[in-house]
Design a protein around this ligand. Structure first.
Ligand SMILES: O=C1O[C@H](COP(=O)(O)O)[C@@H](O)[C@H](O)[C@H]1O
Length: 260
């Protein structure tokens, strides 16, 4: 478990641009070291803001997009191409404009896909896909993702792990079907906390006033069942990327002078 670090930016636009620059560097470094990189995308406003910023960054051409594995932390269980699916939004923000290898783009199943409306089968299939990509040195049933990003919801949810719902209590499976999510749509597929914690680096994105209370609750010692973001950390690094509005209820001593 890594101790959380904090970076606070002036506003959400700057946070998105800085996080995009940070992600480009991380991908380029991993590709230089190993030939490939693996990233887990998040949905939501902050995740899509980061992807849009990355799309507009000239340094995006430093990435070898053909040698990048993309996974998702969660998905809304809707038909393929639905505008509310996280993958549809990610494609519009960035993915359609870069030369990815389709075989390395690991979307979660859609409700009109190979498993139809069987959400349990869809979750199990994604777990199998992750396990097949894990190498012996990963010591887990998922790859050691280089960076796994999570948008933090106003209710402290991450991926589709919501406070007090069964998904956040899962300790065995790496992927679960989620029913009754309080944020629409109610049916979702999500990585679990054990899968999230297999990542090398976990980045939690929180920008905007409506994230201030969530950040305060999570960082004041709440448990992960009540505040799922509290259970999200990386093996080597846990990084909170915030804007001033989201950080407004945090103790000023948490982040270095000049960070905001
Ligand atoms: O529904 C979801 O919400 C969270 C947070 O979204 P935000 O718009 O409040 O930033 C997101 O991380 C998750 O991937 C998504 O499915």
């Amino acid at each position: 478990m890594s101790v959380p670090q904090f970076v606070v930016h002036r506003d959400k636009e700057l946070m998105a641009q800085a996080a995009a620059a940070r992600l480009i560097t991380r991908i380029v470094d991993a590709q230089a070291a190993r030939g490939t990189a693996s990233i887990v995308l998040t949905g939501g406003r902050n995740g899509n803001g980061l992807l849009a910023a990355l799309s507009g960054a000239p340094a995006r051409d430093a990435v070898d997009w053909t040698r990048l594995d993309l996974w998702w932390g969660d998905e809304r269980f809707l038909p393929g191409g639905d505008p509310d699916r996280n993958d549809t939004q990610a494609r519009a923000a960035l993915l359609d404009s870069v030369p990815l290898d389709p075989a390395r783009v690991h979307t979660m199943p859609a409700s009109d896909g190979a498993y139809g409306s069987d959400i349990e089968a869809a979750a199990a299939a994604y777990a199998t896909e992750l396990a097949a990509a894990a190498r012996p040195e990963d010591h887990a049933r998922v790859p050691s993702f280089d960076v796994l990003m999570l948008g933090v919801g106003p209710d402290t949810h991450v991926a589709s792990l919501f406070p007090e719902l069964p998904g956040v209590r899962e300790s065995e499976r790496t992927v679960v079907a989620v029913r009754g999510a309080p944020k629409p749509p109610p049916l979702r597929v999500s990585l679990t906390l054990p899968a999230i914690r297999a990542a090398h680096e976990v980045w939690l994105l929180a920008a905007g006033e409506d994230k201030a209370e969530a950040a305060e609750i999570v960082l004041s010692g709440a448990g992960e069942i009540q505040a799922p973001a509290a259970g999200a950390y990386g093996r080597a690094r846990t990084l909170w990327l915030l804007d001033e509005a989201a950080a407004s209820k945090l103790p000023r001593a948490l982040y270095p002078t000049g960070s905001a």
